[in-house]
Structure formats: C-alpha cells, structure tokens
Ligand binder design. Sequence first.
Ligand code: 26Q
Length: 831
Amino acid sequence: MTIKPYTPYYYRPFTLEPLGCDAVTLGHNFKHYLSYHLGRFHGCAPNYIYEALAYTVRDRLMVDWRNTWNTQLEQGTRRGHYMSLEFLIGRAMGNHLLNMGIKTAADQAMLDYSHKLEEVIEEEPDAGLGNGGLGRLAACFMDSCASLRLPVMGYGIRYEYGMFRQYIENGYQKEAADHWLQNGNPWEIERIEYAQHIQFGGHTEHYIDNNGRARARWVGTEDILAIPFDMPVSGYRNQTVNTLRLWKAAATEEFNLDEFNAGSYTEAVQAKNQAEHISMVLYPNDSSENGKELRLRQQYFLASASLKDAIRIWVKHGEFDYQRFAAENVFQMNDTHPTIAVAELMRILLDDNGVEWDEAWAITSQCMAYTNHTLLPEALEKWPVSLFERLLPRLLEIIYEINAHFLRVVSMKWPGDTDRQRRMSIIEEGPVRHVRMAWLAIVGSFSVNGVAALHSQLLRDGLFHDFYQLWPEKFNNKTNGVTPRRWVAHANPGMTALISEHIGDEWIADLSLIERLKSMVPMENKVFHANWHAVKMANKQRLAALVKSDCHVDFDPAALFDVQVKRIHEYKRQLLNVLHVVHLYLRIKHGHLDNWVNRCVLIGGKAAPGYYMAKSIIKLINSVADVVNNDPDVNGRLKLAFLPNYRVSAMEIIAPATDLSEQISTAGKEASGTGNMKFMMNGALTIGTYDGANIEIMDAVGAENFFLFGLRAEQVEVLRHDYRPWQYVEQDQDLREVIDLIRCGHFNPSEPGIFDSILDGMLSPSDPWMTLADFRGYVEAQQAVSTAWQDTEKWTQMSIMNTACSGFFSTDRTMMEYNRDIWKLTQAESA
Ligand code: 26Q
C-alpha cells in the first residue's frame, strides 16, 4: 500500500454536536448501523446486534475522545506513556456504558428492538491480549488514568490471536487459537497515516559527518511497517477518553516490490506474511520464554514504533528542543519486555538526530521508568548476544557502550571489585553471552519499582541488591490495585446498588470512601446484613449456572464457595489446594464429619502450553473432581470443578460469587497478586500466606478477618538449606493418607503412574515450593474457615468488613502514587 505523508490542508473548522443518549436516539442509531452500515436485519446473527450497538456507543465517545486529545496537546502538558507487551482488556461494552452512565438507556433501547442488553454484551469476545496479572494490571491502569484525567497513552501490540482458548479433553488441557478479530473490532480506529518504519537486520556503518563528528548509521535493513490502531479508554463519568494505541505489523511496499520485479510473486507474498508474523500471536507464557527470535522482534517492534510515535507527536506540538524531551515525556516499562526502548531512544537521539552521547544518555535515563513483576530468577529476561547481533546490530553496539560507561561507574564506586563488575555487567559472560534486560532497565531508568511492599523489599535485599547499593534513590514501591469500576460497579451491580443506597455512590470514583461501609458492620444492621447475604446468594446462583454449563457440576449456592483462579504455576500451589480437597474427601470416607461445612471448590487457570508440570496439575484436579463428584458417599458435601478457559469475563462472574479467596503461594514468590484484591472488594474472605499484597490486605482488614497460614518468606529461605519433606509425611497421618491415595492410583485407575512426577516433586528435598511444609498449617486455617462459616451472621460481618477495607487497593490510588513519585503529570481540569 502507498502511504502518503500526512499533509495539512486548509479546511473550514466545524463543530461536533454531542449525540443524544436517550433510549429512543440510541435505538434509532442502533437500527441505522444494523441496517444501513452492516446490511443486517431482524433475525440476523446476534454478533451483528452487538456490533451495531458498539458503533452506536463508540459514536458517543468520539467528541470526548477528540476533546481529550486536543486539550492535552494544546496545553502542551507533560505526557505519560505506558509501554506493555500485554493489555488484558476483556470486554469493552459494559465498561463504556457504565462510564458514560447510559446503561439504563441502552437497556431500554435494546428492549425496544426485542433484545436483552445482557445477552448482547455476551456477544463481545474478550480482548485477551495478555497472559494474566501483568496484562490485566495494564488494563486497570489505563482505566484509572482516564478516570483521574491523567494524560497517559497506552502502547501495545494488536495481536491477531490473543491468549489461547483452553478446553479440557479427558482431563487434559488443550489449546485452541483465539481469533478474537474474526468478526472485526468495532472499537478500534486504524490510523494508517501514523504508520512507522521499523528496521531489522542489516549492519552498521561508522562515518564522520559534516561537522567532523563520529556518527553511526544502521543500513541494509529489512523494514517492516507498524500501523497504529487506537482503542478508546473512557474515564468514569468525566468526559475523558484516553487512547490505547496498538501496533499491527505489515509489509512495506519496497519490501514487496523487489520481489515482484524479480517476478517471484509467491516469495513476495511470503515476505509479506513474514512481516505480519510479528503481531500475529501473543506468547502464552507468563514466565519468560528465553531466546525466541520472534519474541525479541515483537519487543523491538513495540518499543521502536511507540518511541517514534511519541516523538512525532511531541515534535508536532512543541518546540523542537531535545533538551526539553525528558521534561515533557515519561515512559513506564511494564517489566523488562519493552526494555529495548532504552537502547532505541539512544539510537534515535544519536543516529537520527545527532545528539551527543552524554546528552542523549541524560535524556534517556531521565524519561524511562521500570516496573518489575517477578522475583523468580528464572523468569528474568536474557537474550543471546548473537541473536541481538543478527536482528538489532546497531542496538547491540549501543548496549555495549551503555555497559562500558556503566561499568566505569561501578569500578569507581568499588575499585578492584571484579566479582561485582561481573555480577552487574549488562552482558552476562559464559559459553553463550547474554544481554540481561533487567540490568539494562535499571541502568537506563530513573525509577525502579516493585508491585507490593514485600516484593519491593525483596528486590532491594536480594535480586537487585548491588544496584540498590549504587543507586538507592531509584528504588521505590508501588503496590498494585484493581479498578473498582470493572471489578465492583460493573461485575457486581447488586452489591453496588446496596452499598450506594447506604453511603452514596461517590465511592465508585473514590474508593477510599468505601470505608464508610464500616458503619454497617455492627450487629444492629440486620436488614443490611440480610440484603448483603441475599446479593451474595444471587451472585452464587449466577456462578453455579456457569459451572453447570461449563463443567457439568452442580454447585449448591448454600455451600461455601472456595475459589482459586489464576495462572497454573507450581509456585501458586494449586497442588496444596488439591491436597486439601483429597483430605476432605478422606474425612467423608472415614465419617469424620465433626465441624463439617459443605464446600464447592472451584479452580481455574491456564497453563503455559510447554509447562509440563502445570499441565499435570490440571489433569490431577480433573481426575480428583471426577472421583469426588461421582462418589455417592460424598452426597453433596464436597464438590470440585475445574473451570475451563478462565478469562476476564469469567472473573466478572466469579469474584462477586466467591466466599473464600485462595491466595496460597509459597511466601516470597508471588510479587503481588491482584485477584486477591478483586475478591476482597467483592466481600470474599481470604485464606492466604504471608506473601505479596496479601500482607497489605491483612493489614487493612485486620488479622481477625483473614485466614493466615504458612511459612514466612525468610523462613522459606532458611528451611531451603535443610528441607526434608518426608518428615511431614511421617509425622502427619492425614497427609500420609492423602499422598497414599494419590499414589495408589485411586484417581487415575486407567492411566497408572501419571501423577508420579507431581508426587516425586513434592517429596523431593529440593522442592522449591515447599508444598508439604505448609500442609498442616493450611488444613488448620481451613478448619478455622469452616468454624467461621457456620456463624452466618459473623461471616457476613467479616465479608462487609473486607469490602469496607478495600479502599487502598483501587488502581486510582496506585496511579496517584505513580504520578506523585514518578510521572509528575498534571491532571486535567474537570470539565
Ligand atoms: C517474557 C519473555 C518471553 C515470553 C513471555 C514473557 C513473560 C510474559 C508475561 C513473562 C512474564 C509475564 C507475566 C508476568 C506476570 O503476570 N506477573 C504478575 O504480575 C502481577 C502484576 O504486577 C502480579 O500481581 C503477580 O504477582 C505477578 O506474578
């Protein structure tokens, strides 16, 4: 395709009249889109109903979208850029309707055309452009930035295929492609005029410019086009619409022409295909998959396109003085994934703009900020130097130079400490040399943060200790949050109405006000408590229907709903949960029914397709579920279900219906967790280890409203040196019986031995997750849960207390802290 540069022309300015948002106008507009735009009529497939409504709603975002953009540019304000390989957005319709306050009108408009809004909303595919916590966090951040009127733009990749769809066959996970764009995406706007060229391959040339200065250029490259697609990000009832800009890869015209001229049509098409591969698929691992060339291409593609775009916007609307660039721009890097941006900004300044090294470095290191999301050393990104050399030769040169400058700083501070230089070098030496992306991120950033208090502490004391000693002022904590709009107001309308009836509805825009709910905790609020309980029951019925249809298991809403949903990972210890279920099953079989409480245990989550252990755990959950759910002795006392294809829209049903939130990671391993916060806001109680943000949740709600168990992070590290798992088995008859029952094949009579590796792992003295060490503490904490559950009134009070104390865990608070300490952006005035 030919891309003409954007040419300004003279035009007569026109004003845009705001569109009517009453049910009748919405209905007319909907009919217009359905008939005249989509060419569909009564009786068409339901996805067209959704599409026509989406266009109707999008129209009503347009004026605010344009005004938000213009205001930010006119005011020449400092701008924030959130760079992330993942944005796990989920569905947009319900969220925009809520933010615009037109849900009731849309409901009526749909009814007028004999459609149910809830059913129309269900037609929207989840935008699953993320793996889990890190990707969903980026989406919650975007929501809060818009709601707080912060001038922040999100930059990501428009993957053609998002997170795979998970289904279960014979108890095993299977993956299916998620072609979420199949029916188009009515929210996005393609802006081909802002496409960027991205270079790959080639080689570098060094030359002396006209001013006699040594310069470098990157030549002989294969270029790829990055085409931006914009998604509106609406703020809550504040006429602000920010932008999430997602890049799609396409072949450049030159790229094709050479091949065409050589008469090789098929090769040309193949080249086009190759180029488009870059934005084809999201990598479905949530701990780094090392060395994959395509992944590095994706990272550079995002970083380069986004930086060039930010600079284009800045140049167009400000004065062209690079000394002011860092004062007017800040880039937040979501983990190390976009960290190549450090070297790319240097390249743009040095090679494309002739800025001198020291000045370029001052600019770069004053506008980059890095967030770390993991403590697992194996998850730290490293790229083989040889791959860099082939794909991004000029960037490798720049990284070498950054490293040389940096190592001089290290050796000035610690003369002769070669061991430290080796540890801190951005280049890891060894048989295969690697670029350490986290080190590049720290060296190139003015701010480095963890995502919960404990996590940030462990970064300073452990993984990043050398760097902390060098630059203590760079390090800070920003405890994660979740947006109360999606996770309470949208997901739990029943509870939202009940709360607002009593404390007003300002809490939706300012969650610190949810504290007012504490006044409803005391015993005398009988009616409120009954209503709270009734709302929870209705939500549990809704979840029970989902479990019935997707798992074919009957959940009784009167039972305790005990839920663990998150990625399947050994450190998250879904295994510990299963051991407890097997223990409960054995208690039923033995008739040990003292202090018994009927439970429905729900587990959901995806395993990385290449993660063998995680996949075995899914098989174990399903195998145990088969036996437990079909044993007549159990008689409804215990249910276990594995919910396939856990995703954002499933969590919107799950969180409001959960009584007990399982947050049981090995202490020191879960950086923060955010599901824990969604559950808490919706009035679930937590059973959890002293890990990640669980600690801050317990501080907020009080230990008496939290079921704490297990080793602490420092105890885990001490015990690691002399861990003897079989001792727990010897000393604990319950645990022994659980292990024996799994070992003897009770749950897998037709596939003997399939769980041996799981058992051997738990019984190994080198089990990093120390599952067996926490078994007894976990069972006891679950006993305390059962006791608490039997006092319905008390449980309700604790549930209200959890919601009332969740104010801190709003991403509005998180974003205010990022802004106060790192971004320093000006919030736009309210309209
Ligand atoms: C890296 C390189 C190559 C391929 C994949 C990756 C990759 C992708 C995703 C590595 C990690 C992730 C995701 C990590 C993640 O979700 N971490 C979680 O982040 C949450 C938000 O801060 C925390 O709450 C969780 O504790 C943390 O596990």
